[in-house]
Write a protein that binds this ligand. Structure first.
Ligand SMILES: Cc1cn([C@H]2C[C@H](O)[C@@H](COP(=O)(O)OP(=O)(O)OP(=O)(O)O)O2)c(=O)[nH]c1=O
Length: 620
C-alpha cells in the first residue's frame, strides 16, 4: 500500500536510485517506492567556489550522480531506466561546506566546529526522466533542494572522541548521524528531519506530483486550489529572519521546470486510471505566478503606504469598516486589500477582524528596529516606476532615470537618488533597513580580528559599520560617504556601546583621498557601476593600501553560469534599470580585483541575500 498516490504511478516504471546510501534506500522503500539501487560512480569533486550557493553545489552533485548512472545503464543495455534519482547531502555553516570526514581527525574538526552552534543541512535531489530513441538517450532533469536547520549542544572533546570512536560519523555529511547516536548531540531541528538523514521525502513527493500528476484544466479540484494562482506568501520572506530557513534566493527548486511551466518541452501527462498517455500540457502554475507577481508586490506596497500595519500593530483585531476611515479609503476597496494581504500571509483574518502577522509586526510597521517600511516605500515609488521602463532599458542597455527626471541624469546619485533631501532620506531609509537585515552574517564570514581599523567606503547610514563594530570590539570603523549623506546619517546613528567605535567622514570616493585604514569595505557599491568606474574605485582604494591590507566586498554573488541565483539575477536587472551597474559572479569580481593587486580572494556564501568576498592587497 502506498500513502502518496504518485508513488503508485511509478510502480510500473523502472526506477533507479543512484545512491549507495542505506538511509536513502530505507526512506524510499518505507514510502512504498519500488526501485533498483545502482550507486553512482560520479566523483564528488565539483569546485565548490564555482557555486553561488551551497545548495547549488548539492543539486549539481545530485544531478551528476544521477546522470552518470543513467548514461552508464543506457550504454550497457541500450535502454535507460525510466527514472533515475540522485541526491547529495551537505552540512553548511557560514561559508563552510562539510561533506563526509576523511578520517577521525577530520570528523573531530567538523564536530567541534558544529558544537554549540546552528548549522544548515542541505540535500539536493535530482529526478532524471530518461527517454531513449534511436539509441540516443534524452533526459529531462528536475532538481530541488531542501534546507533543515540543526542546532548542536555544547559538546566536550571527550564526548566527541567517544562518538567518533563509535565509527558512526565516517560515512555521513558533517560527521554525524542524527538518526542514531548522533541524535544525542542535537538540541533542536527546524525543518524536515528526513532531509538531514539524506532524503527530503515530503518535498520529493510534491515534486513527483508536479511531474506525474499535474492538475488537469477540467479537474474539479483545480477550482478549489488553483483558481487563484499560488503566490509567495510573506511567511517565505520572513524566513530571512534568524532561525528560519534561508530564503529561496537561488531556488532552482522553483526554477521553472520545462515540464511544469508548460513553456517548452511539455511532457505528456498521463491520464488517470488506464495509464494511456494523453497529450495535455501540464497546468502552468508557476508561470501564472510569475505573470501575476506584480499584483502581489503592489498590494503589499499599498497596504504599507496606507499604514495598515502601523494601525494594527499590537492592537486588537479590527474590521474593514473600522480600518477604512482611519486609512482614508473606501470600505469596499479596503476590504479587498485586507483580504488579499491575509491571503499573502501579511495579516491574520478571524471572526473579530484583521490583525498583523508576526512578520508584519516586525518588518512592515514603519518604526520597528527591523522595519523594511523604507525599502517598501522606495520600491513602490522609485523602483516600480523604473521597472515600467524595463523594456527600453533592455533594448538600449541604459538606466531609465530619464523617466523620473524628464532628462538624462549625469550622475545617478547626485542627480536622481539624492536630488532632494526627501529623496536622499528615502533612499537612505531603504538601504538602512535592508542592510541592517542582510549584513548581519557578514562580520563573521571571515576572521577580521587581525584588522584594527576599517573604512566603509560609501557606508551610508553606518548599518554595516554597526555590525562590524559589534562583532569586533577593538575595530575602529570610519564610514565614508558624500557630505549630504553624512549630514542625514545622524538620523540612523547607533546609540549602543558600538557608537564609540564608529566615526563618519565626508568625501567623494571618486575624487577625494580615502581615510586611512587596514581594511576597506565596499558594501553594495561596485554593483552600482560599470567596469570602468569600478576600476576607478578599486584604484583609489589600492593607492591607500599597504601590502597585507584587506578589502571586504559585500554583494549579491551570481553563480558563474548565471542560471541559479534568482534574486541576484533579478537584482542585476534592477541595477540596469536604476544605475546602469550590474551584479557579478566571484570570478568576475576576481578579474576586477587582480589588476589592483587584490589577491588571495576568499568567497563566503551567506544566509540572507548578501554574500561576501575578502581579498588581500599584495606587494606590487
Ligand atoms: C547529517 C547526516 C547525514 N547523513 C548521511 C546522508 C548521506 O548518506 C550522507 C552524505 O553523503 P552523500 O554524498 O550525500 O551520500 P552517500 O555518499 O551516502 O551516498 P551516494 O553518494 O552514493 O548517494 O550523510 C546521515 O545519515 N545522517 C545525518 O544526520
Amino acid at each position: 500500500m502506498v500513502l502518496c498516490p504518485v508513488i503508485g504511478k511509478l510502480l510500473h516504471k523502472r526506477v533507479v536510485l543512484a545512491s549507495a546510501s542505506p538511509r536513502r534506500r530505507e526512506i524510499l522503500s518505507n514510502a512504498g517506492l519500488r526501485f533498483e539501487v545502482v550507486p553512482s560512480r560520479f566523483k564528488e569533486t565539483l569546485d565548490k567556489a564555482a557555486f553561488a550557493t551551497p545548495y547549488g553545489y548539492a543539486m549539481e552533485t545530485a544531478k551528476q550522480k544521477a546522470l552518470e548512472v543513467a548514461n552508464r545503464l543506457h550504454q550497457k543495455d541500450m535502454r535507460a531506466p525510466d527514472v533515475v534519482i540522485g541526491a547529495d547531502t551537505i552540512v553548511t555553516m557560514g561559508r563552510l561546506i562539510l561533506e563526509k570526514p576523511v578520517d577521525k581527525q577530520d570528523a573531530y574538526r567538523m564536530l567541534s566546529q558544529l558544537s554549540g552552534r546552528e548549522h544548515s543541512v542541505f540535500t539536493g535531489v535530482a529526478i532524471v526522466q530518461c527517454y531513449s530513441q534511436d539509441n540516443q538517450l534524452d533526459t529531462r532533469v528536475s532538481e530541488f533542494y531542501e534546507e533543515t536547520m540543526v542546532k548542536f549542544s555544547e559538546l566536550s572533546a571527550d564526548l566527541l572522541w567517544e562518538y567518533i570512536h563509535s565509527g558512526e560519523p565516517m560515512d555521513k555529511a558533517g560527521g554525524y548521524g542524527i538518526q542514531a547516536l548522533g541524535g544525542m548531540l542535537v538540541e533542536a531541528v527546524h525543518g524536515d528531519f528526513l532531509n538531514v538523514v539524506g532524503f527530503p521525502l515530503n518535498r520529493f513527493c510534491k515534486q513527483l506530483m508536479q511531474l506525474y500528476c499535474p492538475p488537469r484544466p477540467d479537474d474539479p479540484r483545480r477550482a478549489e486550489h488553483d483558481s487563484i494562482p499560488a503566490v509567495d506568501t510573506f511567511e517565505d520572506l520572513s524566513d530571512v529572519d534568524e532561525g528560519g530557513p534561508e530564503p529561496a534566493r537561488g531556488d532552482a527548486g522553483s526554477r521553472p521546470q520545462k515540464a511544469e511551466a508548460g513553456v517548452a518541452g511539455a511532457a505528456p501527462a498521463e491520464a488517470e486510471g488506464n495509464g494511456t498517455p494523453e497529450t495535455l500540457p501540464p497546468f502552468p502554475t508557476r508561470l501564472l505566478k510569475l505573470i501575476n507577481g506584480f499584483k502581489t508586490s503592489k498590494a503589499l506596497f499599498t497596504a504599507c503606504k496606507l499604514k495598515v500595519f502601523d494601525l494594527l500593530k499590537d492592537g486588537a483585531p479590527q474590521k474593514a469598516a473600522d480600518i477604512a476611515p482611519k486609512v482614508d479609503a473606501s470600505v469596499c476597496g479596503t476590504e479587498r486589500l485586507l483580504d488579499a494581504c491575509a491571503a499573502l500571509g501579511l495579516l491574520e483574518k478571524s471572526e473579530q477582524g484583521y490583525s498583523n502577522t508576526e512578520a508584519a509586526d516586525v518588518y512592515l510597521v514603519s518604526d520597528g528596529a527591523y522595519s523594511l517600511h523604507g525599502y517598501v516605500a522606495y520600491s513602490s515609488e522609485v523602483t516600480w516606476n523604473l521597472f515600467t521602463h524595463l523594456e527600453v532599458a533592455v533594448r538600449d542597455g541604459t538606466n531609465q532615470n530619464v523617466s523620473l527626471l524628464g532628462e538624462t541624469a549625469g550622475d545617478v546619485f547626485q542627480d536622481v537618488l539624492y536630488r532632494s533631501p526627501e529623496a536622499r532620506l528615502q533612499f537612505m531609509r531603504a538601504m538602512h533597513g535592508l542592510t541592517k537585515l542582510s549584513a548581519r552574517h557578514v562580520p563573521a564570514a571571515f576572521d577580521l580580528s587581525g584588522f584594527s581599523s576599517a573604512c566603509d567606503v560609501g557606508g551610508c547610514t553606518g548599518a554595516l559599520a554597526q555590525e562590524l563594530a559589534r562583532e569586533y570590539p577593538r575595530l575602529q570603523v570610519t564610514v565614508f560617504d558624500l557630505p549630504e549623506v553624512i549630514e542625514l546619517a545622524a538620523h540612523f546613528r547607533p546609540a549602543g556601546p558600538q557608537a564609540a567605535q564608529i566615526r563618519f567622514a565626508a568625501g567623494d570616493f571618486f575624487r577625494d583621498p580615502l581615510p586611512p585604514a587596514d581594511l576597506y569595505v565596499l558594501c553594495q557599491i561596485l554593483h552600482d557601476w560599470a567596469d570602468e568606474k569600478v576600476h576607478q574605485i578599486l584604484g583609489s582604494i589600492a593607492q591607500r593600501c599597504k601590502p597585507g591590507a584587506g578589502l571586504l566586498l559585500v554583494e549579491m554573488l551570481l553563480d558563474e553560469e548565471k542560471r541559479e541565483a534568482r534574486v541576484g539575477l533579478m537584482q542585476s536587472l534592477n541595477m540596469l534599470v536604476q544605475t546602469g551597474g550590474r551584479e557579478r559572479s566571484p570570478s568576475e569580481y576576481r578579474r576586477l580585483l587582480e589588476p589592483h593587486g587584490f589577491r588571495q580572494v576568499q568567497v563566503a556564501h551567506l544566509r540572507g541575500i548578501l554574500d561576501a568576498m575578502l581579498a588581500t592587497r599584495v606587494a606590487p
